[in-house]
Each structure stands twice: as C-alpha cells, then as structure tokens.
Design a protein around this ligand. Structure first.
Ligand SMILES: Cc1cc2nc3c(=O)[nH]c(=O)nc-3n(C[C@H](O)[C@H](O)[C@H](O)COP(=O)(O)O)c2cc1C
Length: 352
C-alpha cells in the first residue's frame, strides 16, 4: 500500500463512519483508487454458479448501494462487484447514526435499513457501464413499506435484466423488520417460485443470468439443509453465506457493542465460516457457495475456500485496510495454492 493510501485510511478512520464512507465513494468515483489487474494469474480463475470470475475475491453488497463506483472497484482488482441492496423505490433508511466502527474489535455494526436511490438510478448507473469489462451483480431487496415484498424482487429482476451480470436475492438483512422471515419455508417457497417464474419469462429460452441467494448466519437447526434443498429445486445457482449477525460475541470490547443492528468484520469470521462449512456439507457439491464474513487477509480467504466457498466477498476489512487489500489477498492466495500443490482455486474448494 502506498503512503498516500495509508494516510488516507488513517484520516478516514477519524471521521464519523457514514461521512467517511461517502467521502470514499466520492474519491473512488473521482478516480483516486488503486489500480491492479483482476486477472493476475489464470490459476485464480474460477466458475461460480455459472459466472466466470478472473479471481475469487468480490466486493460484498452494501458498499456501493447505488452502483456508482463499480468501475474503480473492479480496477482495484476485485474479481466481481456486487452493487446494492437496491429496492424498487428510493428510501432513506433508518435515522442516523446508523453505522458504527468498533475499532478495537476490527468490526462494524450497521442498521442502515436499505438506504438507496431506488431502481431507476441504479439502472442508469448500470447502463453507463454497459460494454465495459468486469463482472457487476445486483443485490435485490424489498422496500420497507412494500405491500408485496415478493413482487419487489420480481420488479428488480425485470428492471435490471440484461444489464447486470448476476442477481442476488437478499433475504438476510437484519435491518428491515420482517425481511429475514422470507427465509422461512413457506415464504421461501413463494419467493423462489415467483423468482424462477419471472426468470423463465425474461430468459425466454435463452441461457439465464445466474441468480444467487444471500442468507443470514443466524439459522436454526435443520434450516441449512432445507434452504439448500429449496434453492436447488428452484434453480438458484449459488448461496452467499453470510450477511451480518445479530449475535454479540462476548469478546467484543468497543463501547458500540450495545448498538442495534448487524455485526460484521473480525468477530463474524468464525461464526460465518462454521455456517459455511455446514452449507457445504448439506450442498454435497450440488450448489456453489460464496463465503462472506470477516475476511481480512489471504489466510482467511483461503480458510473460507477450504471450508467450501468457491469465492469470497469482503466489506468491513476495506474500512480498516483500504482497497489495496484486494490485490494483497489475491497475491497471497496464489502462494497458498502453490504451497499446497493445487493448480486452481477449484481444487482447494472444500478440502477441509
Ligand atoms: C455498512 C454495511 C452495509 C451493508 N449493506 C448491505 C446490503 O445493503 N445488502 C447486503 O446484502 N449486505 C449488506 N451488508 C453485509 C455485507 O455485504 C457482508 O455480508 C457482511 O458485512 C459480512 O462481511 P464483512 O465481515 O466482510 O463485512 C452490509 C454491511 C455493512 C458493514
């Protein structure tokens, strides 16, 4: 990382969390981000749920809610960028403050509540990047006051079909009351049924864009097997494990640990990796997995891969380490593959 970057990261850490985030988006949009190639080695390339990634490190949803900085984030070396969560209508989200940095814990608590500029704006931004290189996905959500939440996901698919390289059905944000209930068996049946119906209409017999499902790490006994089965039967191409947690590990030191919302970063690593392992055991290789939660270096990315993830995504570590982290993780992954005698990421998936 350059001195400018280290300085930038240190300065940003001193600002209130949400202002720092806005400033980062502005700086990246202005072309101030680092530049690395996404395809540093063909050994890092992998197919995940039908998506051919140049490397397995993606930007997790929530960083670029309105899809304003996908191009500079791809230029920072990400193998794929997930924009959103976007909801059909614009919404402000919860009242501020709603984003907290637990510096001592290398963690973040957020209760943003799907603040975003809505589908029209998101669509315009995706149209601007049409024909550009790199993979950009759309993470879809439902408006807080929607009368028909299932239909909100259908609206998202219809609006962005042909513009987004893949879609994520996000039913795991803890900050929209009742959203996680869509993970329940009957609700998921209705939601995934509608998604597969709309998808078939939109594809019209042609190959469809991949559709992923993003789940919470706070799941009860038996739910993992059931979610895998339902996802498979409705043609979901990969499961993203996981969103933030409502749990508060006893190890937390920061005074912000009492804040309501979803916890991410270091304290989420063990929990989300354990849940990922259980998903891998239930999936039996029949559905791909993307590991998210607390990844902040090459070793942790590799642990997720060996636990069963075909790719990883990161968010919170960027707050603490800056965007130079992406290239550092990919470089480190290459060394680890080589040391273990693997010729590709795919060979290492689920080896633990
Ligand atoms: C400030 C903030 C906002 C987030 N917003 C979203 C979101 O809109 N949609 C979503 O699916 N996940 C969202 N997430 C969750 C992340 O995508 C990711 O699943 C989670 O933070 C765990 O990864 P990490 O430990 O690397 O941050 C958000 C996370 C943070 C910290």
């Amino acid at each position: 990382m350059s001195l400018m970057h280290e300085l930038g990261t240190v300065l940003l850490r001193k600002l209130p969390a949400e202002n720092a985030h806005k400033l980062t988006i502005k700086a990246l949009g202005g072309g101030l981000g680092p530049k690395f190639r996404a395809s540093i080695s063909s050994n890092l390339a992998i197919n995940v749920g039908g998506l051919n990634l140049p490397n397995p490190v993606g930007l997790a949803a929530g960083f670029d809610k309105d899809c304003e900085v996908s191009t500079p984030m791809l230029a920072a070396g990400f193998g794929f960028v997930e924009c959103g969560t976007v909801t059909p209508l614009p919404q402000h989200g919860n009242s501020k403050p709603r984003l907290f940095r637990l510096v001592e814990d290398k963690a973040v608590i957020n209760r943003m509540g799907f603040n975003n500029a809505g589908l029209n704006k998101f669509k315009n931004n995706l149209e601007k990047r049409k024909l550009k290189n790199g993979l950009v996905g759309a993470n879809l959500g439902a408006n807080k006051n929607s009368k028909n939440r299932v239909e909100d996901y259908a609206i998202g698919l219809k609006s962005l079909w042909g513009l987004s390289d893949y879609f994520t059905i996000n039913i795991s944000s803890p900050n929209t009351p009742g959203l996680r209930d869509l993970q329940n068996e009957n609700a998921m049946e209705e939601l995934l049924g509608r998604v597969s119906e709309v998808r078939a209409q939109l594809a019209g017999g042609k190959p469809s864009y991949p559709i992923f499902l993003k789940v919470a790490p706070d799941l009860g006994l038996g739910e993992i097997e059931r979610i895998v089965e339902q996802s498979r039967s409705y043609g979901i191409n990969a499961i993203i494990v996981s969103n933030t947690t409502l749990a508060r590990p006893s190890s937390l030191k920061s005074k912000y640990k009492i804040e309501k919302g979803g916890l991410s970063g270091q304290p989420l690593f063990d929990l989300s990796t354990e849940i990922l392992r259980q998903f891998y055991a239930a999936a039996k290789g029949k559905i791909d997995l993307i590991g998210v939660g607390g990844v902040s270096n090459g070793l942790q990315a590799y642990e997720k891969i060996r636990a069963g993830a075909s790719a990883v995504q990161i968010y919170s570590a960027l707050v603490y380490e800056g965007p130079g982290l992406v290239n550092a993780i990919n470089t480190d992954l290459l060394l680890r593959l080589k040391a273990d005698g693997f010729k590709s990421i795919a060979e290492a998936v689920g080896k633990d």
